[in-house]
Design a protein around this ligand. Sequence first.
Ligand code: ATP
Length: 366
Amino acid sequence: MTGIEDRKSLDYQVELRKATKLYGSFTAIANLDLSIRPGEFFSILGPSGGGKTTVLRAIAGLIELTSGDLLIAGAPVSGVPVYKRGVGIVFQNYALFPHMNVFDNIAFGLRMRKLDSEQVRSRVLEAMARVRLEGFAERRPSQLSGGQQQRVALARAIVINPKVLLLDEPLGALDRNLRIAMQAELKALQRDLDVTTICVTHDQEEALTLSDRIALLNNGRLEQVGSPVEIYERPVNRFVAEFVGGTNIVSGTGARAGSDAVDIVLPDGSTIRATTSLPVTDGSQLVVSVRYEALKLTKAKPGGGDRNAFGGTITNVAYSGSGSIVHVRVNDALSLVATCPGRPSFEQGESVFVTWDTGDAVVLPS
Ligand code: ATP
């Protein structure tokens, strides 16, 4: 393992520079630049086919890039085989050896590295303790629950003291409650080990919950890299805004453009006041994002001359336990979705007013 002192002097633990992977004439990832800091929990998020697994497999050494550079701990790793890259990998389906017991599964990488049996034993037992698997050494994978198998896979990955921990949809096979519990454990373990971790997921909530930073990939290209707050609150385009969290997208023409706010005139002549960090001009076509949870619904007409207030009719109400999702039709051109905490206090067909703060309507770069 790269020593902590050495590692801290590195700016980046993993770097991709203009990384491109072609399968025949198909481009899986194109000109990708990614720099992952030591100790970071970095998620690669995106829709199916976006290129997430391709990036992970390239870092692992399971595939070679067609062009571009890949560095781990500051050193180029092109041509370096998987077992010499110092990466621990947790595969989506765990890929445990079915004929080996838990101890031998976890010991595999250490035995490959020719550690003596006493070292193997103490490191395996330490890894088992870290993932709370004490007492399971003799079990075969088929005798374990999904969550326990996940822990074995994690122990097998960390036991080699990896420079980088690679996780491919690590919690995807677990049910919701277990997934939430494992998210907390995984994060605590990662923090405790201080190991640079790259996690592939298509679950935006998981990426937001776990990550220091997130890269959003779509069609092999990078849409945005940033902290969960940056990605969620300052999406750089419509794709990011819609992929991460629920949002209403409204289009219109700019008017009364100022340095940090602008009116959006909708096709029916009504107006939304929105904030902007971009230079905007009167008459330009603008796209605005308003998060579901930013909308407030009231039965009485709101006072105060709020510009962002619309009357509408509820077309659907869905209760999901912790909250409700309410669809409101304002007019032929505008329907909005709002999420409200708790049980719904509205019914389908009811008239309501929808309001939001100007700061919650954000102009997106087109
Ligand atoms: P998912 O979330 O569905 O796993 P992903 O974002 O991980 O998707 P990748 O597995 O990286 O996507 O695949 C990116 C693209 O490259 C896809 O269109 C896929 O079909 C293609 N691809 C991946 N592996 C190969 C291969 N060996 N040969 C040809 N095309 C491939």
